[in-house]
Design a protein around this ligand. Structure first.
Ligand code: FES
Length: 106
């Protein structure tokens, strides 16, 4: 199991046990993390699962695909360095201990 903490726009921290193989979006929904809506259920077609992955973790994850990159232009909150669609991030050991920010306005 992997421990992931979501930081909500108001600073609230939500620590979650993240089973490997799920997407980060699925972990967020299972734990009722507000701000992660996932209208398209993980098809990378809605951009309502926008999160920010900070620091060195961002560089260690699988790279953003061309399609994900295009969809990140449609997030409700402004795109930032480290912006990702949480449905496109699979949980594995690289995420253990990670903090993932949920931007405002998602
Ligand atoms: S759930 Fe729709 S883009 Fe991630």
């Amino acid at each position: 199991m992997t421990d992931v903490t979501f930081i909500l726009p108001d600073g609230t921290r939500r620590s979650c046990i993240a089973p490997e193989g799920l997407s980060l979006m699925e972990v967020a929904l299972q734990n009722s993390v507000s701000g992660i809506i996932a209208e398209c259920n993980g098809a990378a077609a809605c951009a309502t699962c926008h999160v920010i992955v900070d620091g060195s973790l961002a560089g260690s994850l699988d790279p953003v695909s061309e399609h994900e990159n295009d969809m990140l232009d449609f997030t409700a909150a402004a795109r930032e360095p480290g912006s990702r669609l949480s449905c496109q991030i699979r949980v594995d050991a690289r995420l253990d201990g990670a903090t993932i920010r949920v931007p405002a306005e998602t």
